[in-house]
Structures are given as C-alpha cells and as structure tokens.
Design a protein around this ligand. Structure first.
Ligand SMILES: Cc1cc2nc3c(=O)[nH]c(=O)nc-3n(C[C@H](O)[C@H](O)[C@H](O)COP(=O)(O)OP(=O)(O)OC[C@H]3O[C@@H](n4cnc5c(N)ncnc54)[C@H](O)[C@@H]3O)c2cc1C
Length: 378
C-alpha cells in the first residue's frame, strides 16, 4: 500500500511530497483542481533569505526584485526601509508552484488531479474523483489542503472565524516604484493592511485584507479613494487567509497538518509560503523517522518548535497592531521614526524572523522608551 497520501498540491504539499519521494517512499498527492497553481490567489512576495535557506532557486518564475518597503500609518506617516541588495522576489505564483510540482514528480511522487479529500478513517482515505467516490490506503496522511483544510476538520480541529481574514487583490496598471512594496495601515483595513507589490514600473498587485464580516472589495475601494489611486484593473481575485497562532496540535493519529492548514503563516503579513515550505521539511523528516525507525508521528510537533516560536511572535505583533486605534498607530509610527527604526530595520530587519531583530532592539538605548512594548512582543 502507498506509504503516504498528501491532500493538496500547493507549495507545502508538493515540498513534503518531493522530500519524502526523494527518501524512496511511495507518495500519492491528491489535488482537487485539474492543474497546479490555478487559481492563483497570491501576491508572490518571497524573502531572498528564506529561499536561500531552503535552497530554492526561483529565478525562472521571478518577475521583479524588491529592495525595501514604505509603510504608511493611517495619517500618512511613512517609514522607509531600503537595502542595497534585493530583500525579496516577486514571483509568478503559478509558475513557482509548477516548479515545485516538476521537482516532486522528478523525485518520484505521484500527483492525482481532480481528486478531493472527503474523509480519513484510520488507514483509509476517501476522496471524490470526477463526481465518483474512491478510496485508497495510506499509513500516513498529510493535510496540506490550505486555509479551509478538510484534513484539519477531519482531525477534529476547530478554528474560530476571528482567525481568518478575507483578501481582495487586483492586478493593476499604473505608475509604480518597482523597487519597493508599499503597506498601508488604518481602520479601512481592519485586521491586516492594504498593499501594493510592483511587478514592474507599469504593473502591480494591489490588495487589501480585512476581518471577516467586512466587505474586502468595498474596503479596497475606500483605500483607493483615500489615497486617490487611479488604477486600471487587469484581473481580480478574492480569497481567505489564515491569520492566527500556529495550530497547537498539528498531528492527530496518522494525520499531519502542514502549511496554511496548520496556520504556518506570518500573522504580521499573511505570507505563508516560506514558513509552509520550512514546515514541510519538518513534516517529511517526522514521517521518515516514523516509517524508518518507528518513532512517533507526534515528534513533528517538537520539530516544529523553532518555526512556531517565530510564528507566535508574528502573532503577538499582529494582535498588538490590531488593538490600536488609528490615532494610537500614528503615535507609534512617530515614536518609532523618532527612535530611528528606519535605519535599524534597514540594517537588521528580517521579513521572516522577528526574534532576530527584537533581541537587537533591546541592546540599543535609543529604543528603551519602547521597552514595555518590546517585552510584550518577545
Ligand atoms: C491575496 C493573497 C496574497 C498572498 N500573498 C503572499 C505573499 O506575497 N507571500 C507569501 O508567502 N504568501 C502569500 N499568501 C499566502 C500564500 O498564498 C499561502 O500561505 C500559501 O499558498 C500556502 O500554501 P499551502 O501549500 O499551505 O496551501 P495552498 O497553496 O492553498 O494549497 C492547498 C492546495 O490544496 C488543494 N485542496 C484544498 N482542499 C482540498 C481537498 N479537500 N482535497 C484535495 N485538494 C485540496 C487546493 O486546491 C490547493 O492546491 C497570500 C495569500 C493571499 C490570499
């Protein structure tokens, strides 16, 4: 019988499949869509450091290089962070996923399209293929089926809806600084923020994400109006993003959750690809140890500890930002600016690992007026 069945051929599922197949295990991936990477619901911003650590060369799907960011508070106070070297790549997400797909297939994984996970009963998986119910056996099941994970539901994990935001994004034409992303905070984007991620000087991905219950598309119109943006819409998309702490128990019996399904997502930004790929490595490691040496699958939880430590800091920062009114956020931005946060982040900032620079903040006397906040976030 196949050793492992993975539900979901997104980055987390494909990476897990690739690594396990490379170890020689028989891996089947079931994917509900007929193609990898479609529909494309992403801004495709990936840190250079994160990709390098993973050993992933995303050159073939890169459309732009980002050197920094402009971050705006509700009243327009701007923090600018800028490096000499690219800090992030803007990738065409469907191409990125296809690259991971080819790698997984090359390593020996088997991908079955139009196959939707329905249920797991011990070592039996039930799925729907072209309106027909089918079943297969698996010793281990990986739930890499994204934000609204069926595997998570089957594992009995309930997530409160306050831990999701609704995004709305348009691919637009206009005039953009192609070297920087822009991030806009304020009550018009309650729950996250609005963004502009340039593909070039003429095209960008502009979007917003808001708490559930708020109409994200209307919020996007409010954002455009507030800043008098006049974009030409090329494409539009809307999708949910998990925004909360990582799932505490990512293993239930023989089911392991990875990626968005397990909230392996930076709650500061909603970005989940780098963390999902890192978690996939831990997931593959835990499964290999289990199948080879009989160790418990729950070892996965231990392997995830360093990843979850960072994700929890992202979540504390997000919770703090969400608690601030526009006025308080403005005051915080001014205070940070005055203390020299722009120069500090230019030198020490890390898109993925806040623990790296929060520790360094403590060593700079000019930030000691922010000590209560720093200790709260650590
Ligand atoms: C608007 C927007 C912008 C974003 N921008 C960024 C960004 O710039 N950078 C970043 O890092 N992240 C970004 N993200 C988040 C990123 O897209 C996710 O974190 C990432 O896709 C998660 O990967 P995954 O493999 O866990 O899940 P997914 O990519 O969601 O893959 C899950 C797969 O499972 C399949 N599936 C679902 N249910 C079933 C089922 N029952 N049976 C079989 N298959 C199933 C789906 O079809 C899908 O292919 C963004 C998200 C949104 C919505």
């Amino acid at each position: 019988m196949p050793a492992i069945v993975i539900a979901g051929a997104g980055p987390a599922g494909l990476r897990t499949a690739s690594l396990l197949a490379m170890e020689g295990w028989q891996v089947d991936v079931i994917e509900e869509h007929s193609e990898v990477g479609i529909p494309e619901n992403c801004s495709g911003l990936l840190s250079v450091s994160g990709l390098n650590e993973l050993g992933i060369d995303a050159e073939s799907c890169t459309v732009n290089r980002i050197y920094g960011a402009e971050i705006f508070s509700a009243n327009g106070t701007k923090l600018t962070v800028e490096r000499q070297e690219p800090v992030a790549l803007v990738v065409k997400r469907s191409e990125f996923d296809k690259m991971l797909f080819k790698e997984a297939v090359k390593n020996g994984a088997n991908i079955e399209f139009n196959s939707k996970l329905i249920d797991v009963r011990r070592q039996h998986i039930f799925f729907q293929r072209k309106a027909r119910g089918e079943a297969k056996k698996a010793r281990v099941v990986v739930g890499a089926d994204g934000v609204l994970s069926k595997a998570r539901e089957i594992a009995g994990i309930q997530i409160d809806k306050k831990y999701f935001v609704q995004s709305y994004q348009e691919r637009v034409s206009g005039t953009f600084d192609k070297t920087k992303v822009q991030v806009y905070f304020g009550s018009f984007a309650k729950g996250l923020f609005a963004w502009i991620i340039p593909e070039s000087e003429g095209i960008a991905r502009a979007g917003i994400a808001t708490s559930l219950g708020i109409n994200a598309r209307e919020a996007f119109e409010e954002f455009k109006h507030k800043y008098s943006f006049e974009f030409e819409t090329i494409e539009r998309q809307s999708f949910m993003i998990p925004l909360g702490p990582p799932v505490e128990e990512p293993v239930k019996d023989n089911i392991l959750l990875v990626g968005d399904a397990a909230f392996h997502v930076k709650a500061t930004t909603g970005g989940g690809i780098i963390f999902g790929l890192n978690a996939a490595q831990k997931c593959a490691e835990a499964i290999t140890k289990h199948l080879k040496h009989g160790s418990k699958l729950s070892e996965y939880k231990n392997l995830l500890k360093p990843i979850n430590r960072e994700l929890k800091i992202h979540w504390r920062i997000r919770s703090y930002l969400n608690s601030l009114s526009d006025d308080k956020l403005d005051k915080l931005f001014l205070k940070l600016k005055k203390a020299g946060i722009e120069e500090f982040l230019t030198e020490h900032g890390d898109m993925d690992r806040p623990s790296m620079f929060i520790g360094k903040l403590l060593k700079k006397p000019r930030f000691w007026s922010l000590l209560p906040l720093i200790f709260r976030l650590r």
